[in-house]
Design a protein around this ligand. Structure first.
Ligand code: FES
Length: 118
């Protein structure tokens, strides 16, 4: 079973600096990640595209709530990371929870050698 380690990234969603494309960049444990807001939902996904490293924060959200990479326009589902435009890539993403207005990101615990937990 995987356990998640939760990090609070803001006391309120409005503390995050969303650009006009509804995507903000934040940092969790020294790692830059993207936060996107779409139809009252909040998503967290990788800062760089799994295809060729495009900056996902410079992309946009399409009408179906997929994030589109600015470089070659591959599309990814923000809730499961699926490459919905069909090129076979997978966008790393994380769970987001709003608890008492604060925004929390759940990441898998890092594993030590041979998969044992530290
Ligand atoms: S780098 Fe994102 S689609 Fe190519």
């Amino acid at each position: 079973m995987t356990s998640l380690s939760w990090t609070k990234i803001a006391n309120h969603i409005n503390e995050l600096d969303f650009a006009d494309n509804h995507i903000a960049i934040t940092e969790v444990k020294g790692k830059k990640i993207c936060i996107a807001r779409w139809q009252d939902q909040v998503f967290a996904f990788a800062h760089k595209c799994p295809h060729a490293g495009g900056m996902m924060a410079h992309g946009y959200l399409d009408a179906l709530g997929n994030v589109v990479c600015p470089l070659h326009r591959y599309k990814f589902c923000m809730s499961n990371g699926r490459n919905v435009s069909g090129e076979g890539y997978f966008l790393k993403h994380w769970r987001v929870e709003i608890r008492d207005e604060a925004v929390w990101i759940g990441m898998e615990e890092s594993k030590g050698l041979f998969g044992f937990f530290k």
